[in-house]
Unconditional design. Structure first.
Length: 148
């Protein structure tokens, strides 16, 4: 059986029109392009949501930012992602080192080796004993502090 073209159709058909029963090459190519584009958009989406995690400065900040990024991804509420990004971009100062140095200096003034102050705290050293009397350890520490 010979295939004939309808008399109203133009004699020169475009390349993307296929004959009945043949493989539509344009549709196959467009399906592959669509799958590739969808995969690239998904990768971009996940990288964008992981962006605040790459900016975090320390472990605690990283954990908080990760939780905010996951909340943003699963709830589709962008405020969590924005909060995580802002939190990641702000570098918080290290207060723990400063407080440890203050505690060590205070222990040194009190005559205790640094790091042993928490172990040697006794109830009589921090309370007044009897009727207005101060314990001898406290009196010695107060005199030492006043002499500085």
């Amino acid at each position: 059986m010979i295939e004939s073209i309808h008399p109203a159709a133009p004699h020169h058909l475009p390349v993307f029109i296929t004959a009945p029963g043949e493989i539509d090459v344009l549709m196959v190519v467009m399906a592959i392009v669509l799958m590739f584009f969808t995969l690239m958009v998904g990768i971009l989406y996940f990288r964008l949501h992981a962006l605040p995690e790459q900016f975090a400065h320390n472990k605690i900040q990283l954990e908080i930012v990760c939780v905010l990024a996951l909340l943003a991804m699963f709830t589709h509420m962008h405020i969590f992602w924005i909060a995580g990004l802002l939190l990641a971009l702000i570098e918080f100062p290290d207060f723990s080192t400063l407080l440890k140095r203050i505690a060590g200096s205070t222990e040194k003034i009190a005559g205790i080796e640094p790091g042993e102050g928490a172990e040697q705290v006794t109830p009589d050293a921090k309370t007044i004993t009897g009727q207005g009397e101060v314990s001898p350890e406290t009196e010695g520490a107060v005199r030492k502090l006043r002499s500085l």
